[in-house]
Design a protein around this ligand. Structure first.
Ligand code: NAI
Length: 361
């Protein structure tokens, strides 16, 4: 770790954090286990060099702590038998080698199943196949290697379920027919969301800086409008805004200006700052928390680990609609934001489980 790392900074109720270096390359690795109360910690591995940070190892450490805590909430709300964990390999994804991935797999194996690893930014399904050669606690593999494949399919299913439930809650609509939706990011998840919504009669406008992603989305969702800039899609007069690119899209300014009545998408960490949840609520915008609706992928990798099928996992991802209704109703009746209501619901499940099982951690 860099000299600037304070091991207690951000350590909010985490059970343990493993910090290691690959012997051959000196590349740093961090595994953060936030909670194993509900079961083995489950969460992806991010490969990132944190090149812009003054201390990349401190930045990686902070990221692992923050992301693993979020996984505890996501897994609990999704009803999974898993706590939250997350890992970071502090390297540019171009530095990946089979040896590095094997070394990482051996590190995860030292935890003997307390942490199940999977993919995240910079780690592909093919990488997970390689990691699984030295680590049986790897999930999110390709069908050729016994996995269930691309998790974006069920992530889109869960987001769509949450979007429909939010639309019904906010505007009393029981379908998306005639609803206008702005989609930011037309990648694996956003492209599928555009496809389903367009097929069901929604008016879709989307934006992605990658021309290939735009081309694919046009094929997937004939009739959708592809915007020429991010500003164009954010300024569009729509009922729903669906963030499916990177985090931080929901700034205080956007919260004050968006025409959308519902915000629901897959991107992690959509709120640029926590206060945005309150700003959206004050303007009557229904925000479906990202960690509540984007759990389809984690449902899929949990099913893969348990030997389940895509069919059962899909049904579980559809249940995001029920959770969304419960959380939005709770937020309304308690006068809190949906983010607070979702966190409360997630923590209640953990506390109940701990009380039932007498666990101390
Ligand atoms: P992806 O990488 O396939 O798609 C992301 C798209 O966003 C890319 O096409 C990229 O060009 C675009 N993009 C980048 N900057 C942009 C900008 N400024 N404006 C608009 N578009 C921009 O990723 P994927 O799998 O579709 O994931 C989308 C989001 O959902 C990510 O934030 C991811 O962390 C999150 N997520 C994905 C899950 C999954 O199973 N794939 C699970 C849970 C969350």
């Amino acid at each position: 770790m860099g000299a600037g790392v304070d091991p207690w900074s951000g350590f909010e109720g985490h059970e343990r954090v493993i910090v290691a270096r690959d012997e051959d390359t000196g590349i740093g690795m961090v595994i953060a286990l936030h909670s194993t109360v509900l079961g083995p910690a489950l969460g992806g591995t991010r490969m990132n060099a944190y090149a812009g940070a003054s201390d990349p190892h401190a930045a990686a450490y902070a990221d692992a702590l923050h992301l693993s805590r979020a996984m505890t909430f996501k897994n609990s709300l999704a009803g999974l038998p898993h706590g939250g964990g997350k890992a970071v390999i502090v390297a540019d994804p171009r530095e990946r080698t089979t040896e590095l991935l094997h070394a990482y797999g051996r590190l995860v194996s030292t935890l003997e199943g307390a942490y199940l690893t999977a993919g995240d930014v910079g780690i592909s399904v093919a990488d997970l196949d390689v990691i699984s050669q030295t680590c049986p606690w790897t999930t999110g593999r390709s069908p050729e290697h016994g996995g269930l494949g691309d998790s974006a399919i069920l992530t889109a299913v869960g987001v769509l379920a949450g979007l429909r439930a939010s639309l019904e809650f906010a505007l009393g609509r029981t379908g998306v027919d005639g609803t206008s939706v702005a989609i930011v990011g037309l990648g694996k998840v956003g492209g599928r969301i555009a496809e389903h919504l367009a097929a069901e009669g929604a008016r879709v406008i989307g934006y992605d800086p990658d021309p290939q992603a735009c081309e694919r989305a046009r094929d997937q969702a004939p009739g959708m409008t592809v915007a020429g800039s991010l500003a164009e899609v954010l300024d569009a007069d729509v009922d729903v805004l669906s963030p499916n690119a990177l985090g931080g899209l929901l700034t205080p300014e956007l919260a004050r200006t968006t025409s959308a009545r519902v915000v629901c998408g897959a991107a992690n960490n959509q709120l640029a700052e926590p206060s945005v949840a309150g700003l959206l609520a004050e303007r009557g915008v229904t925000y479906a928390p990202d960690f509540m609706v984007n759990c389809g992928g984690v449902i899929q990798i949990s099913a893969e680990h348990a030997g389940g099928t895509m069919e059962t996992a899909r049904a579980q991802a559809e249940a995001v609609a029920l959770t969304t209704r419960q959380v939005l109703e709770r937020a309304q009746s308690l006068g809190v934001t949906p983010v607070t209501a979702a966190e409360q619901q997630a923590l209640e499940r953990i506390r109940e489980h701990r009380a039932r099982t007498g666990q101390v951690v």
